[in-house]
Design a protein around this ligand. Sequence first.
Ligand code: DX5
Ligand code: ZN
Length: 227
Amino acid sequence: MSIKIAPSLLSADFAALADEVAKIEDLADLLHFDVMDGHFVPNLTVGPVVVQALRKRTRLPLDVHLMIEAPERSIEAFAQAGSDALTVHVEACPHLHRVIQQIKEAGVRAGVALNPATPLSALDWILEEVDLILVMSVNPGLGGQRFLPFVLRKIEALSRRLEGLPQKPEIAVDGGITVENCREVTEAGATVLVAGSAIFGSPDPRAAIERMRQAVGDVNPENTSRN
Ligand code: DX5
Ligand code: ZN
């Protein structure tokens, strides 16, 4: 199966976002966009106006990770801004099923994210409704943290849990992904690798993506000519 690489803009130069994206446009599969509200996580980042501005500057799908409380209040705005996927945190959604429906009704792919300590059973009754499951491999809120090794077992368990589903959601992993560990993450069952500091924090983001692709053995011809 081919693996998608989603560079996370959190580690890019926010004063030159369009230039940063242009550097990797033809090598990436998605752009991962971290939205933080200063409540669900301590940090604050950006909102729909920045998604809208970037939408005009890239053809890459915009994969928006909402680390915010009460995401239902912002779904419309992020969808209208041009998001291709909206991922909400299970921990921030007492009415998760309703929020997932809201995202789908907005015409956008629906994702759910799980913090490292959140059990997979939180997804039991929603698995067939979502397009994407984002497994956090660090506690969300900051780039550049170390991958939590126990999350490998969680990815394996999730991958087994999805076996036999007619429409399997993608398994994305976010936090501490590097050229060194990406292979074991995909072997465990991840199909989307989100990486911030390993790509935009590297002196050569293009080489970092290429090394990551080599490391996971992604030689699918689909991936040789992007965009
Ligand atoms: C963390 C964010 C990540 C972040 C990952 O809360 O959700 O997307 O950019 O950064 P790295 O790859 O540096 O751990
Ligand atoms: Zn993220």
